[in-house]
Design a protein around this ligand. Structure first.
Ligand code: ATP
Length: 572
């Protein structure tokens, strides 16, 4: 190996864009060792390997707690996000604002990485999808044509006593029926949650209700929940409001979720406009523009990432359902025909799933939900959701819909402009049909944080950490000079840090014991820590790179650091 000096370091870092041939073999053996969390390391790795201050001797003994996620509550996730600077309640100094959230230093990075990964996967690395960034406020006629003005609503019930509002389809009522004679002696009403929690809440409520009656000691039948859109007026007159505990709920009525604003100096009916409740309509109204300027041919897609706003009746479960959020949507235009859409729909389902796994979603927490019957919009051919098991239950993460040509037809009629496509091969003119994969950025971030949530024991010491995929981790690498007051160590570490910073978000951490610094990085999900120690400067022995998940350390020559990290972080 060449003898070490700082100039050589700078040069080798600059020259290291391509990996030496032996890197490939080295990396594949390394990947295997880290995947199985084994102590076995390849001979080429062992050649460079020396011990660092921490996690040395026999090597780390890591015992993973596979059950950690099962016990996690939403409150744990919310406080973890706050403590680590990922997500804060909006306007916190004014006591917050329900349904709005701010992303902190790490959250902003995480969000950007997620959006970049999606854009790269579905736009820039494909030949059949182009990007778009439309305005948030459109001509209000857009929303008349799309059907949002008349139909974008949720069923709402009011509590006349407490003035609280609930989504009728998120409140579940059940009669309390005696086991001995099938007599209904009252009702319970609970908020939607996972089955176990709903039953627990209902039992508590029933017990409280029966306490002061002659039925106190009697056994009751299992609950049979129905949401409040499915109950009759007579039943509603007996169902207790979760707010007052008395039957004070109104019957459900529709509540439009679009936020209104006024555009221009006048504040009257003629100036009313809406904050977009989805990014999709901005794509449809730009169909002709994008088609005409990109020379795209069907099948092709237009993708957009951007803010959407919904005046949710009950924003809940942290960023899962908020009033301001971001969406990543594609409208993928295809030819009409009953036998055409299905393979495209299936392909988008598959590709969506692969993307989600690739950015770090736990496959064992994911599922499919196929909409049928009433769950399917009247114009849609199919809609399948990818679900995720959050701590509060399994819920929609994203939807993949085959929407026919409803949207373009509506906008064509509403605007009086032709929104059709001429196929120069078949000489056919038609309004294209569309497949719409639609994914919420914030909902995905919540699922990614849940997927990353991990606990283990390293050498008998409990560790909580975030197992973010290197692709989306807010900080990719931390550079740690072994001692902060040794100029020789610090200057080499700084030089490496400056080089890495050109490529990724990198953290500099020079204070405290190395073991404590590792833990600090583990907590925020930094996948790699690079330590510069005396062997680096005195023996030209390269640096140690520690893997967050296995806590394994390897030694690499300085000029192999960037190729190694590129492969791990960017995949090439
Ligand atoms: P839900 O039934 O949960 O209200 P939806 O079916 O209305 O969702 P879509 O209109 O299909 O949702 O929106 C597409 C995606 O946008 C959703 O799958 C979700 O990821 C995200 N999304 C929708 N509403 C919200 C919200 N209020 N907060 C955060 N993300 C949202």
């Amino acid at each position: 190996m060449p003898s070490f000096n700082k100039k050589a370091l700078a040069l080798s870092l600059l020259l290291s864009a391509t990996a030496p041939e032996n890197m490939l073999a080295f990396q594949s053996s390394l990947r295997t060792t880290s995947r199985v969390a084994s102590r076995t390391i390849s001979s080429s790795t062992r050649m460079f390997s020396t011990e660092t201050e921490t996690e040395k001797e026999a090597g780390p003994q890591v015992v993973v707690n596979e059950e950690a996620y099962e016990k996690v509550k939403m409150d744990d996730i919310v406080s973890l996000c706050k403590r680590r600077g990922i997500i804060f309640p909006s306007s916190e100094i004014y006591n917050g604002f329900a349904g709005f959230y701010d992303y902190g230093p790490l959250g902003a990075e995480l969000k950007k990485n997620v959006k970049d990964a999606w854009w790269k996967n579905f736009v820039t690395s494909r030949e059949d999808v182009v990007g778009l960034d439309s305005s948030i406020i459109h001509n209000p006629t857009t929303w008349k044509s799309s059907g949002h003005l008349d139909g974008f609503s949720d069923p709402m019930v009011d509590c006349k006593e407490t003035k609280l509002r609930y989504r009728a389809d998120q409140l579940f009522a059940s009669p309390i029926v005696l086991e001995e004679n099938d007599e209904t002696i009252g009702w319970v009403c609970v908020q939607e949650a996972n089955d176990e929690d709903m039953v627990k809440d209902a039992k508590k409520m029933a017990k409280k209700m029966m306490k002061s009656t002659e039925h106190k000691e009697k056994k009751i039948q299992a609950f049979s929940f129905r949401d409040l859109t499915e109950v009759s007026e007579e039943e509603m007159a007996q169902i207790p409001s979760p707010g007052s505990g008395e039957p004070t709920l109104t019957m459900p009525r529709d509540f439009n979720l679009m936020f209104q604003t006024n555009v221009g100096a006048m504040s009257d009916a003629s100036s009313v406009a809406y904050l977009r409740p989805e990014t999709a309509q901005g794509i449809f109204i730009n169909f002709k523009n994008a088609l005409g300027t990109s020379r795209a041919k069907i099948p092709f897609g237009i993708a957009q990432i951007g803010k959407a706003f919904r005046n949710e009746i009950t924003p809940r479960n942290f960023i899962f359902r908020s009033r301001e959020f971001e969406q990543m949507e594609v409208e993928y235009f295809i030819p009409p025909g009953d036998d055409v859409w299905q393979p495209f729909h299936e392909k988008w389902m598959q590709e969506s799933k692969e993307f989600l796994i690739d950015v770090g979603l736990r496959e064992d927490l994911m599922g499919w939900d196929v909409h049928e019957g009433d769950g399917l919009a009247h114009y849609a051919r199919a809609c399948t959701d990818i679900t995720f098991r959050f701590p509060f239950g399994t819920q929609e993460l994203m939807g993949i819909a085959a929407r026919g040509n409803f949207d373009l037809t509506q906008h064509s009629e509403g605007s009086g402009k032709a929104l059709d496509y001429f196929d120069d091969q078949t000489k056919e003119k038609y309004i294209p049909h569309v497949i719409e994969p639609s994914l919420g950025v914030d909902r995905l971030i919540l699922a990614l944080i849940c997927s990353a949530y991990a606990e283990d024991e390293v050498n008998g010491e409990k560790r909580n950490f975030l197992k973010f995929s290197p692709k989306i981790a807010p900080v990719k690498v931390a550079v740690l000079p072994l001692l902060k007051n040794k100029e020789e160590l610090v200057s080499v570490a700084r030089e490496l840090y400056d080089e890495l910073k050109k490529r990724w978000n990198v953290s500099w951490d020079a204070t405290g014991a190395v073991g404590r610094r590792y833990r600090r990085q583990d907590e925020v999900g930094t996948p790699f820590c690079i330590t510069i120690d005396f062997d680096t400067i005195e023996k030209d022995a390269g640096v140690t790179i520690r893997d967050r998940d296995t806590t394994e350390q390897i030694r690499l020559p300085m000029d192999e650091v960037i190729p190694y990290l590129s492969k791990q972080i960017d995949g090439y």
